[in-house]
Design a binder for this molecule. Structure first.
Ligand code: NA7
Length: 492
């Protein structure tokens, strides 16, 4: 028996983790804690953090309370606000990588290009010429990181500075300049709120209006942080407390029971926010959506309505004709002259795992398996792709709650499957095709009934117009992750 097997009592497995964002770091920490020392985290970027590394735009803030958007095992008394700013979150993940001694396990600037399942092992290739052969692949590749560049004619002709929100150019001056922002998802709303006091003029190009949930983002003072440092139960009271979880359950019920009192409450709040806080009736009508609240991902903002009512801020709802050297031309002939044009136009949200070429058992290609829509059995495994496990993959819960909590629960599930590899019960495990088909049939039927399927466009919808989300209750998700249904798996 090898030395590690004697120490841990289980087979030595080699792992490749793809991505050193929130989920990839989690996988590394958990494997290490379990005694699975033989893993490499492959990261295409030059540091950890994933989405928080890539997004650096002004106003970037997580819309999940800071103390809930942390690993359960690594509370952070240092958050300075109820909703943390992006740079603090990036700093947190950098610190985690140091505290858990992960940096030596991460191969940076190494983009995985190929994963091929050959004779019971995954053969990995990276852009920097690395080849690896592993037993298990953990795909922690994230959801929102392939920028969607809109097909607006003339974009390349713009004479000023232009970039996507996730490719922010820090060298570009913003103060007292004429700035345009296309897109009003969470990103566009946060950017406009942040720049409304800095730009000389700010044009927010809005294709569809958004419902806005009013929130307060209060500061944690040094006294608060000292209290968190000296007594972690104060942090636990926030992240594990009844108030936070009751809020999650209420919101979750609203999403899945669209005619519930919980949804009526949300509708009432966002409608009052619009009616009470936008004074100009013309602007108010421009900002009024014609679809139900939370159909698109609900935007939480303390100050968007205030921002768009500042002098020099224009909400432009006309159709864009083209981009010209000096600005954006509308179909009615209006030209908005601009120095800076920000594309807050979202992401290609069907790219899960891709563009990595993934070839599974018998030559199955993940691109083919996902030709209709990306999906996975309980969001974790795909038939014919044994020992490949997804974190925050397709059909996992999304909504205004912590993806860290989701990934931790998914890891607990994956870990139970890994135990079967570790103890020699099997050397390969994947969901049965019939279990996958049954899951998808039930999931799609339920997803269409959620608020996300109630008649709007959004990044939650797949190419067939079906929400690519977990459509049941959060508690059902937690129960499902607590214990895999072993009869749904093929063991080899
Ligand atoms: P989103 O939420 O996908 O928003 C993208 C925005 O860009 C949305 O307002 C779109 O309008 C708009 N858009 C996209 N293409 C165009 C074109 N061609 N012309 C005009 N407007 C366009 O992305 P975000 O980055 O804001 O947020 C993504 C998630 O990141 C967010 O939900 C959080 O989870 C974090 P549309 O509504 O389609 O009319």
């Amino acid at each position: 028996m090898a030395k590690q097997e004697m120490e841990t009592g289980h087979r030595r497995l080699r792992f490749a983790i793809i991505g050193a964002g929130m989920a990839g770091l989690l996988a590394g920490i958990r494997l290490d804690q379990k005694g699975d020392a033989d893993f490499t985290i492959y990261e295409k970027g030059d540091t950890v953090g994933g989405t928080w590394r890539e997004n650096r735009y002004p106003g970037l803030t997580c819309d999940v309370p800071a103390h809930a958007y942390t690993y359960s095992f690594a509370p952070n008394p240092e958050w300075t606000q109820f909703f943390s700013p992006g740079p603090e979150i990036q700093h947190y993940f950098e610190r985690i990588a140091d505290d858990y001694r992960l940096r030596d396990r991460i191969r940076f600037n190494s983009e995985v290009t190929d994963c091929r399942y050959v004779d019971g092992h995954w053969h990995i290739e990276t852009s920097d010429g690395c080849k690896d052969i592993v037993d298990v692949v953990i795909a922690a590749t994230g959801v929102l990181h392939h920028p969607n560049i809109p097909a607006i004619p003339g974009l390349q002709n713009f004479g000023g500075d232009s970039f996507h929100s996730a490719r922010w150019d820090d060298s570009v001056a913003l103060d007292d300049r004429r700035i345009g922002v296309i897109g009003n998802g969470s990103t566009g709303v946060q950017i406009v709120s942040a720049l409304s006091t800095r730009a000389s003029t700010l044009v927010h190009f809005q294709r569809s209006p958004q419902w806005i949930m009013p929130v307060q983002n209060f500061i944690y003072s040094e006294t608060d942080r000292h209290a968190f440092r000296s007594d972690v139960s104060r942090i636990d009271a926030i992240r594990f407390g009844d108030e936070y979880w009751a809020g999650i359950r209420r919101f979750n019920k609203a999403i899945i029971e669209v005619d519930s009192p919980e949804m009526a409450e949300i509708e009432g709040i966002v409608l009052r926010n619009l009616e009470d806080n936008v004074q100009d009736p013309v602007l108010r009508e421009k900002l009024r959506p014609d679809y139900r609240a939370a159909c698109k991902r609900l935007i939480y903002s303390p100050d968007y309505y205030e921002a768009v009512q500042r002098p020099g801020v224009i909400v432009e709802t006309g159709a864009i004709e083209q981009v010209e050297a000096t600005g954006v031309r509308m179909k009615d002939g209006t030209l908005h002259e601009l120095d800076v044009l920000v594309l807050a136009t979202g992401f290609k949200t069907d790219r899960f795992v891709r563009p990595i070429k993934v070839i599974g058992r018998g030559g199955s290609n993940l691109d083919d398996a996902w030709a209709l829509r990306p999906t996975a059995y309980y969001a974790i495994t795909v038939p014919d792709f044994p020992n490949l496990f997804l974190l925050n993959g397709p059909t996992a819960p999304v909504g205004n709650f912590s993806l860290i909590d989701i990934a931790e629960r998914q890891w607990d599930y994956i870990d139970q499957l890994l135990d079967l590899l570790r103890d020699g019960t099997c050397s390969a495990i994947a969901a049965k095709p019939e279990a996958m088909a049954d899951y998808e049939e039930r999931r799609i039927a339920a997803a269409k009934r959620t608020i996300f399927g109630s008649g709007c466009t959004s990044w939650y919808l797949d190419a067939q117009g079906v929400p690519q989300t977990w459509p049941w209750s959060y508690d059902h998700f937690a129960q499902s992750m607590a214990a895999p249904r072993m009869e749904d798996f093929e063991l080899a």
